[in-house]
Design a protein around this ligand. Structure first.
Ligand SMILES: C=C(O[C@@H]1C=C(C(=O)O)C=C[C@H]1O)C(=O)O
Length: 358
């Protein structure tokens, strides 16, 4: 068996090799950047990045688990991209919200991440070209759709270029060191709903106040003695709070799904893509059935359907549908073409690499 010092020497040697390889990779990415600049192509190619990650996952033999491989390579890619220019990303702030975690998970720490006060502001920043992309929440696995985000697509021409899943682990945190000192709890509406059972069992008579985000709740709890927040671990770190109870959400498997919005979708198919469309049907019997039939005919799996009021005329609806596959794949293209023919309104919101649910 090798001694401790021998093992450490070998690790140091390997680290030097990794460093040299990382810089070789970075120089190649810079060359790619030069070519893209000359051709006027966007530097960020989400489909290519997703393909790199899934290929590495495929060949990985461990012991590192796939989520570690993805996290490490996300950072490598983020750093390589930043050599050209850090990708500018607006997200629903403040710092340490779950949307911030989603943006970090997708774009890496070498990106220029900018917190915004509202979902509307994230859309505005992208539309005005002040940032390259935006990250907004779209649905939670327990609470369902984020109406505000989905309705924004009625009024914008922005496209979807990515999706991100973040597992929501909610903790009760406070400046206080004991639960008995907590007299009031702050959090976001969704987080309060997800922790309702725990609250009624453990803090039954306590005032609970809704605020705009879990991070805002943590900030308030850091300033007001006798209060606590339900928020993420990142918020506890940022605001230096004690975690008094861990994982107080009702279901241990609780995810929020986020969308990346931009001026274009992800044109480059990654091999594991989704496509989102919105449409309205004519007011005739069987219209929705006819609209969705092409998906069955061309064997295209539908992963979500949501209907929302158009807000123009009462009782008129627009449907939002997510399907598996890229709009450039033959069967998807055919199904979408046929769907379009049956609709009074139809728009492709974008094709993008499917997010990883870890
Ligand atoms: C290097 C490229 O440009 C960017 C950086 C990538 C990387 O570092 O791997 C991948 C895709 C692009 O977002 C490329 O397109 O290959």
């Amino acid at each position: 068996m090798k001694s401790l010092s021998e093992l450490r020497e070998e690790i140091d040697r390997i680290d030097r090799e990794i460093l040299a390889l990382l810089n070789r990779r970075a120089r190649l990415a810079q060359e790619v950047g030069e070519i893209k600049k000359k051709k006027g192509l966007p530097f960020y190619v989400p489909g290519r990045e997703a393909k790199i990650l899934s290929k590495l996952e495929e060949i990985n033999q461990g012991p590192l688990p796939p989520e570690s491989i993805r996290a490490i390579f996300r950072e490598i890619i983020s750093a390589c991209r930043a050599l050209e220019e850090p990708t500018k990303v607006a997200f629903l702030g403040p710092q340490a919200t779950f949307t911030h975690l989603a943006a970090l998970k997708h774009f890496g720490t070498s990106s220029d991440l900018r917190p915004m006060d509202s979902i509307q502001e994230v859309f505005d920043e992208v539309e005005k070209g002040r940032v390259d992309y935006g990250v907004v929440p779209i649905e939670n696995s327990i609470e369902g759709i984020v109406n505000y985000t989905i309705d924004m697509f009625l009024d914008t021409d922005l496209k979807i270029s990515g999706e991100i899943f973040v597992s929501v682990n909610l903790h009760l945190m406070s400046k206080e060191a004991e639960l008995s000192k907590v007299k009031k709890v702050y959090s976001h509406r969704h987080a309060i709903a997800q922790a309702r059972k725990w609250l009624s069992e453990n803090l039954p008579k306590i005032e609970v106040e809704e605020v705009s985000s879990t991070a805002k709740a943590a900030e308030l709890a850091s300033r007001e003695p006798g209060t606590a927040a339900i928020a993420s671990e990142a918020a506890a770190l940022l605001y230096d709070l004690n975690i008094l109870a861990k994982n107080i959400q009702e279901l241990s498997k609780n995810f929020t799904r986020f969308l990346v919005i931009g001026k274009t979708d992800s044109e480059f198919p990654s091999g594991r893509d989704k496509t989102s469309v919105m449409f309205s049907t004519k007011h005739v019997a069987g219209a929705l059935f006819k609209a969705l039939q092409p998906f069955a005919v061309y064997d295209v799996n539908l992963s979500k359907i949501e209907s929302r009021p158009t807000k123009k005329k009462p009782w008129e609806y627009v449907f939002f549908v997510d399907i598996e596959g890229h709009r450039k794949e033959d069967r998807v293209a055919k199904a979408l073409e046929e769907l379009k023919e049956t609709c009074s309104f139809f728009k492709i919101l974008g094709s993008y690499p499917a997010g990883f649910k870890e």
